[in-house]
Design a protein around this ligand. Structure first.
Ligand code: DAH
Length: 345
């Protein structure tokens, strides 16, 4: 029996040394020291021994049990420490790793152009005015000297909500609304916003687009004021060496009416694909506010005069950034939109 005990001890100690994990070691503990283990069995079998052998054997079994228990405990300490170490290594944070970039949004190219235009006019003392996109026929047409049946209405086919209500076809109705609200006071505003036309969408047409309207009303507002303003604007948006050219045109709400071109920013006027070999690029419509428009809004055209202009930010953005299809602004393709970021241009 002594030999058996010795063997048992060695076997247990070897298994303890060989155990590679906490769980494995626990299994060894249960196998050797548990209630159904061999050491417990030996202690239970003590009764069958002759009385004189019992103390000696009892002491031997206890020594073996203590030796095994101690070995278990010290191995357990080692394995637990190793487990913690392994966990620490696994979960450690490498602070030198580059961070994962959080995808940040950008301003939409159109928003950028609109804000750039707004910034320019705000710096010139203009205020920003807004009006409804669902507009009355009266403000969209009539108050702008476009009575029912006027042939120029055909140029701006609209989406009608009812006979008298439509989606505005331009931002010009904000002129009439602002004059009505200001009741004869001087005015210096720009009005950015969405407009709608019944057009078939293609590379240069969209049924929804953006406009920015300008209106200045007061005493002694002259055509030269309009020209100087547009000249500064063209230089701010397209480069300090731009020149402008005013060509006679027609709008029912201005008299005289003009169309403004800028000298081509790509070729400087020599002729290229951007300016279609003319050296000039058409940018906006403008003119002196028609006396009828002033009158209808309660202003006295013999006392005050005004100028107005209207432009399309899409066209300006397309020119500035070389965008070849207006639909890119609305189809929300991230590959298009992410080409524009706040820091450049
Ligand atoms: N409303 C015009 C359009 O949509 C643009 C325009 C031209 C606005 C001349 C103006 C202006 O204020 O004076 O085609």
């Amino acid at each position: 029996m002594e030999q058996q005990l010795q063997q048992l001890k060695e076997e247990a100690l070897k298994k303890i040394q060989d155990a590679q994990g906490v769980k494995e070691l626990n299994d060894v503990r249960v196998a050797y020291l548990g209630k159904k283990g061999p050491i417990t069995d030996l202690l239970k079998g003590m009764g069958k021994l002759p009385a004189e052998e019992r103390p000696k054997m009892g002491a031997l079994v206890n020594v073996v049990r203590e030796t095994v228990t101690e070995a278990l405990e010290s191995r357990m300490a080692v394995l637990e420490e190793a487990a913690i170490q392994a966990q620490l290594e696994n979960e450690s944070i490498d602070v030198t790793l580059p961070g994962r970039p959080a995808p940040a949004g950008n301003h939409h190219p159109l928003t950028r152009v609109v804000e750039e235009i707004e910034d320019f006019f705000i710096s010139m003392g203009y205020e920003i005015a807004e009006g409804p996109e669902v507009e009355k026929d009266y403000y969209n047409f009539e108050a702008l000297n476009l009575p029912k049946g006027h042939p120029a209405r055909d140029m701006q086919d609209s989406f009608y909500i009812s006979e008298d209500v439509l989606l505005r076809t331009h931002t010009s109705p904000v002129q009439a609304r602002t004059m009505e609200a200001k009741k004869g006071e001087a005015i210096k505003i720009i009005c950015p916003g969405k407009v709608y036309r019944r057009d078939n969408d293609d590379a240069t047409h969209s049924h929804q687009f953006t406009q920015i309207e300008g209106l200045v009303v007061g005493e002694n507002i002259r055509m030269s004021d309009l020209k100087g303003t547009l000249d500064l604007f063209a230089k701010k948006m397209f480069g300090a060496d731009r020149e402008i050219r005013l060509r006679p045109s027609f709008f029912p709400f201005t008299e005289p009416s003009v169309e403004m071109d800028i000298s081509c920013f790509k070729c400087g006027g020599a002729g290229c694909n951007v300016c279609k070999k003319t050296g000039w690029i058409e940018i906006l419509g403008a003119g002196m506010v028609h006396p009828n428009v002033l009158k209808m809004a309660g202003y006295d055209p013999s006392v005050v005069t005004g100028f107005a202009f209207g432009m399309g930010p899409e066209r300006i953005a397309m020119l500035k950034y070389g965008v070849e299809d207006i639909r890119h602004f609305y189809t929300n393709d991230i590959r298009f939109i992410s080409q524009f970021n706040r820091t450049e241009a």
